[in-house]
Design a protein around this ligand. Structure first.
Ligand code: AHM
Ligand code: MG
Length: 339
């Protein structure tokens, strides 16, 4: 039985892991949890309130924005503004980085990259969606105006990262680089409570997640791996099962608990990959690595990539360590295609 502990109690306890900590990161994590609760409340009422459907706007990537995308974006931005610990935000929903220059943010130490509502295409059909966030320490001095370099840091520099999954229950999973812990929202008391301490992803799994509609456009190494997954071999428990939610949070959360792999390779309309480095790949790679898994482009570790733009996309293969290494083995048989 897991002893009862709220997220706030857990964060307060863990603050002593960082001797230099002054409580700002703890406050920031609590601000994220609060915004997550507001989004969760709205997601749970979707269908009976006017929050489903398109907002009739496009984001910078030309994707249709949903009303809930914009609602979630606003909740997190407001939480960071009110909290005063964030100097700059990068969001999937905003073309440019947002510099917070209100009085409260004058001595803010952190920058945040986020996807406020990942898996938007699932909103209208009542399937799981999520929030993903990545926290960096700014490089510039606190009384200087932050620049984009404060956020364009490789994933190895993340101070903390996490996701909130709005599924059958709402869960917040995060890491500060000392393991991964998961908290389930108890709606009756309005608190995230520790439900999944020290999460570790199985080294092997029998589930692969990929949009197979794009199969003919995948690199040959990925095609070979998919055929390997489908081949009968009882010694390695193949054929594997295929599950694809259309929301990588849902697919990766499943892998975290049961083992598995998620792939988004290059395809015909996303030659460089579809998933965004700063606010999807990096935070999820940090979490998965902290849980004992692996995240790679097929040729290099995701967390080592130096980002050059805030909405940069990459190819990603992430999940159970041995499964990711198997894909790398297949991919290394072919030359990397540099786009
Ligand atoms: P989004 O941030 O616009 O929702 O896009 C990211 C999502 C991932 O969560 C999901 O795995 C993928 O896009 C689905 O894309 P596709 O429909 O091309 O398979
Ligand atoms: Mg997304």
């Amino acid at each position: 039985m897991i002893p009862f502990k709220t997220l706030s109690q857990f964060i307060a306890e863990k603050q002593s892991d960082f001797p230099y900590a002054k409580g700002e990161l703890s406050r920031l994590l609590r601000d994220i949890a609060l915004a997550g609760k507001l989004v969760s409340r709205e997601v749970n009422k979707a269908g009976i309130t006017d929050i489903l459907g398109d907002a009739n706007t496009d984001n910078v990537q030309g994707e249709k924005q949903k009303k809930l995308d914009l609602f979630a974006n606003e909740q997190f931005i407001q939480a960071f503004k009110r909290g005063g610990d964030v100097a700059m935000i990068v969001s999937e929903e905003n073309e440019h980085e947002i510099v917070l220059d209100n009085d409260l943010a004058m001595d803010a130490n952190y920058t945040v990259a986020m996807d406020p509502l990942d898996g938007s295409s699932n909103i209208d059909v009542n399937a799981a969606v999520g929030t993903i966030f990545s926290i960096y320490r700014r490089i510039s001095h606190i009384n200087e105006k932050p620049t984009v370099e404060d956020i364009l840091q490789p994933g190895t520099e993340q101070v903390a990262a996490g996701y909130i999954i709005y599924g059958t229950s709402t869960m917040l999973v995060y890491t500060t680089g000392k393991g991964v812990n998961g908290f389930t929202l108890d709606p009756s008391i309005g608190e995230f409570c520790l439900s999944h301490p020290n999460m570790s992803i199985p080294e092997n799994g029998q589930i692969y997640s990929v949009n197979e509609g794009n199969y003919i456009y995948f690199p040959q190494g990925v095609k070979d791996y998919i055929k390997y997954c489908q081949m009968y071999d009882p010694s390695t428990k193949r054929p594997y099962n295929s599950r694809y939610a259309g929301s990588m949070i849902a697919d990766i959360h499943r892998s975290m608990l049961k083992g598995g792999i998620f792939l988004y390779p290059s395809s015909w309309d996303h030659k460089e990959g579809k998933i965004r480095l700063m606010y999807e790949c990096n935070p999820l790679s940090f979490i998965v690595e902290q849980a004992g898994g692996k995240a790679s482009t097929g040729y290099r570790r995701v967390l080592d990539i130096q980002p050059d733009k805030i909405h940069q996309r990459i190819t990603i293969i992430i999940g159970s360590k041995n499964m990711v290494e198997k894909v790398e083995e297949f991919m290394h048989k072919y030359k990397e295609i540099n786009l």
